[in-house]
Design a protein around this ligand. Structure first.
Ligand SMILES: Cc1cc2nc3c(=O)[nH]c(=O)nc-3n(C[C@H](O)[C@H](O)[C@H](O)COP(=O)(O)OP(=O)(O)OC[C@H]3O[C@@H](n4cnc5c(N)ncnc54)[C@H](O)[C@@H]3O)c2cc1C
Length: 381
């Protein structure tokens, strides 16, 4: 029976024209979620990047200090949440600075915190120069995963001040709103991507972190689209259970470029300069200094409460035909415009704590790639 015959039979147009056994409608095609397979293998590795999260048990330091006539405003210590919380923290830092129209200001640091602080400052009419040892694409910020993670290693329950949760929520809500402005912009600096949480089996009670990391995401859950569990027949992953949601992702390369362009277009200046100590910084001609040096604040300002938390990303070539992310057995994968990243996140937030070494760990890469590569073994090329 040809296709037309089937259609006519199914629509009843041939009823009575001939006697045949009832036609079975074809079974619906199996959905092809998640879409094009990700090609993850050691042979496709293009680079490994490592960076240090600037973790502060008490949460980010956003404070004003006076050194003679110089005003210093600190904005550092954002742990694993710097990209996510950047705008809200920048607003608080600039409010503390109280710049006037002709204020001449120095921002030390060109990571995401320096760039967003400088942008908020230049918008007040101040004359702003960014001074930094590493320019934007060389910073640790440029090596981040690039996902909305506002509560990742943001503080310890036992060390934050009372009311920190409310402050954090204000930063998170304000930052989220600003990130939205970049959706749909050239280069997609911010976008929503489908995200799959996959489980092969019911997880054993995982090793809990020894430190009492704060987890505050629940307070802003209303901002993100809701996820749902996928029935087995609705996806093609070889796992026992799958959960689908949407994640807000930052394409770090294009977001960084956009922040730099906006800052320069508003009259900002950027100068490469390394400072050996804070005396050198206080010797700058600007009366207002914004300290956005991330983990660098430990050496520069004696910020002994800063702890390094190491993180490593393994990079595969970009796959524009497969833009989604997934999490499986402690490995995080995100297909971004500038590459597919594969990151072992460890069993809990203690992973990488206290490690300053930024040397690539090839064994960690091999394990991560093997874990998630196995989800797509039939499709590797
Ligand atoms: C693996 C990994 C993944 C991450 N993923 C995410 C994520 O998905 N989402 C998220 O929100 N956050 C994420 N983070 C956290 C985020 O990257 C950080 O919180 C953020 O980058 C901190 O930004 P920053 O501008 O304070 O520091 P940095 O990016 O380190 O910038 C510091 C700046 O200060 C300058 N500086 C320092 N010392 C000196 C000196 N002596 N003289 C002159 N200049 C100096 C540096 O050159 C640099 O320009 C991740 C972090 C890691 C390690």
């Amino acid at each position: 029976m040809n296709r037309r015959h089937v259609l006519l039979s199914a629509s009843g147009l041939m009823a009575g024209a001939c006697v045949q056994s009832p036609v079975q409608p074809p079974s619906p095609p199996r959905p092809q979620l998640p879409g094009a397979p990700l090609k993850i293998s050691e042979g496709r590795l293009v680079r490994i990047t490592v960076c240090t999260r600037p973790f502060r048990p008490a949460g980010p330091r956003i404070e004003r200090e006076l050194f003679g006539e110089k005003i210093v405003v600190h904005n550092y210590g954002h742990g694993g949440s710097g990209w996510s919380l950047s705008w809200g923290c920048a607003e608080d830092a600039v409010a503390l600075a109280q710049p006037g129209e002709a204020t001449s200001a120095a921002v030390i640091g060109a990571g995401v915190i320096g760039l967003t602080t400088a942008l908020r400052l230049v918008q007040t009419g101040a004359r702003v120069t960014i001074y930094a040892k590493d320019l934007p694409r060389e910073t640790r910020s440029a090596r981040a995963t690039g996902v909305w993670s506002p509560s990742s290693r943001i503080g310890l329950r036992s060390a934050v001040s009372e009311g920190f949760g409310d402050t954090w929520e204000r930063w998170a809500r304000s930052s989220y709103q600003t990130h939205q402005h970049y959706i749909g912009s050239l280069g997609a600096p911010v976008e929503y991507v489908p995200f799959y949480s996959l489980r092969s089996h019911t997880p054993p009670p995982g090793a809990a972190a020894q430190r009492d990391f704060l987890h505050l995401s629940r307070r802003v859950r209303d901002m993100m689209p809701r996820g749902r569990s996928l029935p087995d027949e609705a996806h093609t992953f070889p796992v026992a259970s799958a959960w689908r949601s949407l994640d807000m992702a930052f394409n770090i390369a294009s977001y960084t470029d956009r922040l730099v362009r906006d800052f320069l277009a508003m009259g900002g200046r950027m100068v490469r300069r390394s400072f050996a100590n804070r005396t050198e910084i206080l010797g700058l001609s600007e009366g207002l200094i914004m300290n956005c040096t991330g983990y660098g604040a430990k050496a520069l300002w004696g910020a002994e409460d800063l702890a390094p938390v190491r993180g490593q990303i393994n990079w595969m070539p970009p796959q524009p035909e497969a833009r989604y992310g997934l999490y499986h057995e402690d490995v995080y994968v995100l297909s971004r415009g500038d590459g597919v990243i594969v990151q072992y996140t460890g069993p809990n937030d203690d992973y990488g704590y206290g490690i300053e070494d930024e040397t690539p760990d090839r064994e960690e890469m091999r394990r991560a790639v093997a874990t998630v590569g196995a989800l797509f073994t039939d499709t590797l090329t």
